[in-house]
Design a protein around this ligand. Structure first.
Ligand SMILES: [Zn+2]
Length: 244
């Protein structure tokens, strides 16, 4: 990734809508990540040097809390601490697609042998349907990709093409309303739809897209039908296969 080419608006959306919720960042971790991002990728730098004490003072956090937030962000792969010394930390910042890339590389071998996340369940020779129903589709890069692949690089809601940097997974029934991480409740969509839909029911959101002229009447019907098919378990993603 060339940090100079970053689009700050997109970066902000990726952070707020994809990275922070997906990693389950706390308010303090968000503040720390956002501050570090502001002084690195936003100004075209991949790496930055900072002192935890100064960071804590700027953000009004205790030093312990700031240090812990940096540590957790490092564990989650949102940044990587390259050096730690008395003069401070040297860190390299990561973006959502970069984090996925790391996971892909890390799991590369496991994906090849079929032993990704769900593999543990599927390996015992269970029928794929059972595996499908018990799989947490947010859990690993490979299963998240299976949802993206099912939508064939088009937003589930607005049909727009979704290259890897503008797509994300959306809970049709939001998590705040106890929506599950099931393939029946997750769709691949563009970041804009994900943001605009928010916690609204999906059919209402589709009707809004229709009113805005983003969907034709036929497309609206097709999408409403697709929502029903999704909930009924008819839109099955292909799980990463064994031995592939
Ligand atoms: Zn969309």
């Amino acid at each position: 990734m060339n940090p100079k080419k970053l689009n700050p608006g997109l970066l902000w959306m990726q952070f707020e809508d994809v990275l922070a919720p997906r990693l389950g960042l706390s308010v303090k971790e968000r503040a720390v990540y956002s501050y570090l991002l502001r002084h690195s990728l936003v100004v075209g730098k991949l790496r930055l040097q900072f002192a935890v004490m100064a960071l804590a003072r700027t953000l009004g956090l205790s030093i312990g809390a700031a240090r812990q937030a940096v540590r957790r962000l490092d564990e989650l792969g949102a940044l990587r601490v390259l050096e730690r010394s008395k003069s401070g930390h040297l860190a390299e910042m990561r973006l959502p697609e970069k984090i996925r890339a790391i996971r892909l590389r890390k799991n590369g071998a496991s994906i090849a042998s079929g032993a990704v996340g769900v593999g543990a369940v599927g390996a015992a020779g269970e029928p794929p349907a059972a595996t499908l129903e018990t799989t947490d589709f947010l859990k690993t890069w490979a299963v998240r990709k299976a949802i993206h692949d099912r939508e064939r690089e088009a937003c589930f809601y607005c049909f727009r093409r979704t290259p890897a940097n503008v797509r994300c997974l959306d809970h049709v029934v939001p998590r705040v309303r106890f929506g599950r991480n099931s393939y029946r409740n997750l769709v691949s969509c563009c970041i804009e739809c994900n943001t605009r839909k928010g916690d609204r029911p999906a059919p209402d959101f589709l009707r809004t897209l229709y009113r805005l002229g983003r969907l034709t009447p036929a497309e609206l019907d097709a999408r409403l039908r697709a929502l029903k098919d999704l909930a009924a378990g008819k839109l099955r993603p292909a799980l990463p296969e064994k031995g592939k």
